[in-house]
Design a protein around this ligand. Structure first.
Ligand code: NDP
Ligand code: ZN
Length: 378
C-alpha cells in the first residue's frame, strides 16, 4: 500500500521548468498580496489550479502596476476578497504546456492582460469581445467558476496558469521589459482609438497623461493625428511635446483652457479621480466622439446631467473596457512592429518597493508606468 502511494506521488509531482506541481497537480506560486484596503504588501504563498490540457504555465518576468490595481486593492470599486495579489499586465515565458496546447511551446514568450477566461459562448465571446461577457473571469479578485470558484490571483507573482486561448503571443524581438503595460494600458487606449477610426489630420485630445494617456498619445501620433494633452501640472509638458503632441494644457491654468470649445474630433479621458466630465465633453465638436476609459472610485464617480448632454450638439460619448483577446493580439503585434512601447521605470520585486510605487502613483510622482522586475524576487 505504502509503495503504491509513493508511486502515485512520484507520478503526480510533475516537473514544470523550475516549478514542481503538488501531489494534487496544483501549482505553487509566490507573490505579493495585501490583506486590507489600507494594508501594506507582504509576500504570500498560494497555489494555482492544475495545468489543464489547454493551459499553459507562464513564469512571470515583468508585471506592470496599473492604476486599476490601486483602485481595486483600496476598495475604490467595492470590497474585494483578501489576501489579494494584483497585477494584470504580465509578460513572461512559457515553462509548461498542457497536452492539447497548439499556440505555445515551452520557451515561448507570452503575455496576460485583464482576462483569464469567459463563458465562451455568448454573443460577446463569439464576436471577440470577451471583456464584455457577463461570465468573464478577471485576472485577479475574480471568482473562477471554471475552477471550483477559486479566487484568481494576479501577476505580482512568480507564475500564472492560463488557458492558451486567453494568453497573448509576444512577438519575437519585442522589448520585453516594456511589453507588460501594453496588455492593459495599451489595449485600453488602442481599442477606442481604433473604434473611433482616428486618422491622419484629426484633431484629438488625451485627458490624463499617465500610464494609459501617454500610450494614447503615441498611438494617435503614429496615426498622424494632431494631439493635445491635458493634465494637472506642468511637470510633463516638455515630455508630451517630445512625444509628438502639438499642445499641452495644464487644466489648472485657466488661460490655457481658453478657446478650446468644440475643437476636437476625438477625445479620450483616462482621468482616474473625480472630475468635471462635461468640461472635456464641451471641447468635442459636433459629430465628434469622446471615449471614457478612466474609472475613478465609486465615491467620486463623475456624472453628466441631461441639460449638458442636450446642449453639446450631437457629439457621441461612450465608455470602453480594455479589449477582447483578438484585439489585444492585434494591438501587441502593431505596437511591437511600430516600436510603440510605454515609458517604464523598473522596480525590484520587493514589498517596500511596491508600497512606495503605489504611493508615488497616487501622489502623481510616477512619470508613466512602474514595472516590477520579477526576476529580482527573493
Ligand atoms: P495614472 O495614474 O498613470 O494616470 C492618470 C493621469 O491623469 C495622471 O497623470 C494624473 O495626474 C492625471 N489627472 C488627474 N486628474 C486629472 C484631470 N482632472 N484632468 C487631466 N488629467 C488628470 O493612471 P492609469 O493611466 O494607470 O489609469 C487611468 C484610469 O484608467 C484609472 O482610473 C484606471 O483604473 C482606469 N483604467 C480603465 C481601464 C478600462 O478598461 N476602461 C483599463 C485600465 C485602467 P497626477 O498623476 O499628477 O495626479
Ligand atoms: Zn490595468
Amino acid at each position: 500500500m505504502k509503495t503504491k502511494a509513493l508511486l502515485f506521488m512520484v507520478l503526480c509531482l510533475c516537473c514544470m521548468g523550475s516549478v514542481q506541481a503538488q501531489q494534487d497537480g496544483r501549482i505553487p506560486a509566490k507573490g505579493f498580496a495585501l490583506d486590507a484596503p489600507d494594508g501594506k504588501f507582504r509576500t504570500y504563498e498560494f497555489t494555482r489550479h492544475a495545468l489543464g490540457d489547454n493551459d499553459i504555465l507562464i513564469e512571470t518576468l515583468y508585471a506592470g502596476i496599473c492604476h486599476s490595481d490601486i483602485h481595486t486593492v483600496h476598495a475604490d470599486w467595492g470590497m474585494p476578497v483578501y489576501p489579494l495579489v494584483p497585477g494584470h499586465e504580465i509578460a513572461g515565458r512559457v515553462v509548461a504546456v498542457g497536452k492539447d496546447v497548439t499556440k505555445f511551446k515551452v520557451g515561448d514568450l507570452a503575455g496576460v492582460g485583464c482576462l483569464v477566461n469567459s463563458c465562451r459562448h455568448c454573443d460577446e465571446c463569439e464576436t471577440g469581445d470577451e471583456q464584455n461577457c457577463t461570465g468573464r473571469v478577471l485576472t485577479y479578485a475574480s471568482k473562477d467558476y471554471h475552477h471550483g470558484n477559486e479566487l484568481t490571483q494576479g501577476g505580482y507573482s512568480d507564475n500564472i496558469v492560463i488557458s492558451e486561448d486567453f494568453a497573448i503571443r509576444i512577438p519575437d524581438g519585442a522589448d520585453l521589459k516594456r511589453v507588460a503595460p501594453l496588455l492593459c494600458a495599451g489595449i485600453t487606449t488602442y481599442s477606442p482609438i481604433d473604434f473611433s477610426r482616428v486618422k491622419s489630420g484629426d484633431k484629438t485630445a488625451v485627458a490624463g497623461f499617465g500610464g494609459l494617456g501617454h500610450l494614447a498619445v503615441k498611438y494617435m501620433v503614429r496615426r498622424g493625428a494632431e494631439v493635445t494633452v491635458f493634465d494637472v501640472t506642468d511637470d510633463k509638458r516638455q515630455t508630451a511635446l517630445d512625444m509628438g503632441a502639438v499642445r499641452y494644457v495644464n487644466i489648472n491654468r485657466p488661460e490655457e483652457m481658453e478657446g478650446l470649445e468644440k475643437q476636437f474630433d476625438f477625445l479620450i479621458s483616462t482621468v482616474p479621480v473625480g472630475y468635471d466630465m462635461s468640461s472635456y465633453l464641451k471641447m468635442v465638436r459636433r459629430g465628434g466622439e469622446m471615449a471614457v476609459v478612466g474609472l475613478p472610485s465609486f465615491k467620486e464617480m463623475p456624472s453628466i446631467d441631461a441639460n449638458t448632454l442636450i446642449h453639446i450638439e450631437h457629439c457621441k460619448l461612450y465608455g470602453s473596457l480594455i479589449g477582447g483577446i483578438r484585439k489585444t493580439q492585434e494591438m501587441l503585434d502593431y505596437s511591437v512592429s511600430n516600436g510603440i512601447y510605454p515609458d517604464v521605470e523598473l522596480i525590484e520585486a520587493d514589498c517596500a518597493a511596491i508600497d512606495e510605487a503605489y504611493r508615488n502613483v497616487q501622489q502623481g510622482k510616477v512619470q508613466f508606468r512602474y514595472v516590477i522586475d520579477m526576476s529580482t524576487m527573493k
